[in-house]
Design a protein around this ligand. Sequence first.
Ligand SMILES: Cc1cc2nc3c(=O)[nH]c(=O)nc-3n(C[C@H](O)[C@H](O)[C@H](O)COP(=O)(O)OP(=O)(O)OC[C@H]3O[C@@H](n4cnc5c(N)ncnc54)[C@H](O)[C@@H]3O)c2cc1C
Length: 480
Amino acid sequence: MSQILQARDRLEQVSNNLAPSESSASPDHAPYPYPVPNPTAPFWRTELHELDSHRSTAELPAETDVLIIGAGFSGAAMAYHLLDENPSPPSICILEAREACSGATGRNGGHLKPDVYFQVPKYTALFGAEAANEVAAFESSQVYAVKELVEKEQIDCEFTLTRAVDVCLDADHAAKCKAEFMELRRRNVPSVRDVFFAEGKTAEDISGVKGAKAAFTFTAGHVWPYKLVLHLLQLAVSRGVNLQTHTPVLSVSPAQDDDGYWVASTPRGSIRARKIVYATNAYTASLAPQYREKIVPVKGICSRIAVPPNTNRPPPLLPNTYSLRYAPGIYDYQITRNDGSIVIGGAKPYFWDEPRNWYGVTDDATLIAPAVKHFDGYMQRSFRGWEDSGAKLDRVWTGIMGYTSDLMPHIGGVPNKPNQFIMGGFNGHGMPLICLTAKGLAKMVRDGAAFEDTGIPRVFKTTQARLDSDVNFILESKPQ
Ligand SMILES: Cc1cc2nc3c(=O)[nH]c(=O)nc-3n(C[C@H](O)[C@H](O)[C@H](O)COP(=O)(O)OP(=O)(O)OC[C@H]3O[C@@H](n4cnc5c(N)ncnc54)[C@H](O)[C@@H]3O)c2cc1C
């Protein structure tokens, strides 16, 4: 908690324009078990695709081989991989509570940033070096997996391959990160080969971030997530998938019926499914209650900052993506879109000290009031040469992430529920995880492969032991 307060003090020193933090927002625990109506409007959903509110058929199909619940990146990638190079695909139905890609994927930062060094020491301590390196390698490979997918399917989603720049602004935190990084380098951890490290004046020079104490750069990407997902959904629909938006699943039968089908109930009737894939991320526990307190809805906030096109003082181009770290666990993440506008999320110092603002919250129809002012003047405060840019806050929105109590996603067959599968709990970090997770899980759903043959890191496997565990790291101000 004191780290949060220190980070907030630091931010307030940097900006004389910032008013003291307002009192916390009122807790907005959702009255719905599924996504709430009328969510805030993210920038990514300003150019809607024709499938946004699509229903392939007027009525729900009575039954399907595979029912995917959720049409975000997970659901769309799962459908894609179930169909890809499959001459005899199963029948597939996707049920989505709101519009297509209206959950976390449609309201995120667009940052495709693998964690190749930062969490590795922590994961090594928790899960052992081999497992930690496996996660880092898996994340690292996703940047190219998404690039290849985009190129193969010619997806118009502004995918851009770039470098991520992680900047530490606090001297003590910089020293800690440096020491951990040097230890990884000493141990020849493969994923750190791509990481370039600089400190002091060089860190500020190469990052352009005022007051940078250390900088770590490595391969990353950014993307227009909604366009990526809608393209995948379009491919799926063109290959016969039945997509039903505005169709929340209210419950799944506790047991299979006599014919081996699970039954999903919606306000529009029921559908019987041989296999179910929960691609519901933050909302999973409402349908699969064994994930309650294991995958927790966590509210986050994101924004877009625009630069006036005819400014006399165009700011320096920032071709990299960024994370500005103020203290352990307290950071902003940021991409520069190809039109020069900036998408930034984070702002934790303004609301993270009050868990009722974010923990267990599924309401993305409201902002997080105390956090909004963080984005005003952000570029001018943080980046060299942006002081006279005229950069202005254009839009703010919120979204719901699925954080897991033990820090790892839950992937694989749902324990004791034959033919039910889950991919969820991406801890606000799904973009560098989902593509190959879906590919691996599709092998289980489609071919009956064992989890161990999917290429998915072993610590992602959902197990009864994880469901029975009492650990909960989320409230410890989870660092990224
Ligand atoms: C503000 C914010 C910023 C983020 N920034 C980044 C970032 O820059 N980089 C990064 O890697 N990650 C980021 N994330 C996290 C990332 O967006 C997620 O990890 C990822 O999008 C998860 O994808 P998903 O498909 O599993 O979940 P979602 O995109 O949330 O999709 C789940 C879908 O399931 C639907 N659903 C839920 N319950 C039901 C039901 N009962 N019936 C029918 N449908 C249902 C939802 O409506 C939703 O569309 C961010 C998240 C937020 C909220």
